[in-house]
Ligand binder design. Sequence first.
Ligand SMILES: Nc1nc2c(ncn2[C@@H]2O[C@H](COP(=O)(O)OP(=O)(O)OP(=O)(O)O)[C@@H](O)[C@H]2O)c(=O)[nH]1
Ligand SMILES: [Mg+2]
Length: 324
Amino acid sequence: MTRTNLVTGFLGSGKTTTLRYLLAHKPADEKWAVLVNEFGEVGIDGALLAESGAVLKEIPGGCMCCVNGLPMQVGLNMLLQQAKPDRLLIEPTGLGHPKQILSLLTSEVYQSWLTLNATLCLLDARQLSDDRVVSNENFRDQLACADIIVANKQEMYSDKDQQALATWLSEHGDDRKILHVSQGEIDPRWLDAPRNNQQTLPDGQHHHGQSARQGLAALSLPGQQRWRRALNQAGEYVSCGWIFDGETLFDTVAFLDWARLAPVERLKAVIRIQEGTLRINRQGQDLHIETLAAAPVDSRIELINHQQTDWNTLQSALLKIRLS
Ligand SMILES: Nc1nc2c(ncn2[C@@H]2O[C@H](COP(=O)(O)OP(=O)(O)OP(=O)(O)O)[C@@H](O)[C@H]2O)c(=O)[nH]1
Ligand SMILES: [Mg+2]
């Protein structure tokens, strides 16, 4: 039986950061697997988790339960049956509704394969003051069906955010465990907490991305093509992703400027630069940058925004900062 946890949380709340922390503290003799589903077509969280030592399966392009849950089921079956991991951590898209995933995981088929432990929901309490986020059904339902709430990015909270968190917990906390952390640094022992929350949720807004299947295809570049882009849309959220071949080299400084200034809510990129690899992860104004000496297989960039965005203008600027 694979011990399994769902790690939920709204867009950019710190799910992948938490997985990276947990994987870095994995017992050496255990085999862990990660199933990660992204809203964008291009799939970048996989690259962010690449050297984490886990067996990894990515499902880009919309929400996991699209197309009658097929992409998710295929990915899940592959992981459980081929990798036979001791533990499985599932990161659904921050824009997805948790209900379908929970009902799939608790369905008869998986009873002999996995034990579903506590669902952890990441929360950036600063978002509690953002009406657009708080009124989002997925945001609310992710929190509602969590067993453990992880108030992440603690060091960024103002007194007002702490107050908003305290108020939210008094209204919706229901005596659930609350972890106050930064950088997703939660004690791995919480993964063994049981799943107690049997909250029944409404079906949720089912604004699927149109293209879960295309999403999988978007992972490769056919023929001699140097780059391609893929769009996705669900409800008010839109995404645009680009993949460039492994030969494409970007100007580091110009790319950082482009990434910092792009008028979008969320930006992730793993790109090739002269020095190797540049990883950028931006949520709002928070920008996290890493460099690695090894070159990536290809370059991937994904932007997400909550309103229609002029992707062509951003693309023209992006194409100009290639060095080769
Ligand atoms: N300041 C601060 N930034 C953090 C913390 N945890 C994560 N971040 C940053 O927040 C951004 C989003 O983190 P991710 O872990 O990618 O968030 P996510 O929930 O996986 O995002 P999606 O998969 O796109 O929904 C990144 O830039 C992280 O570096 C934290 O505790 N403090
Ligand atoms: Mg993520």
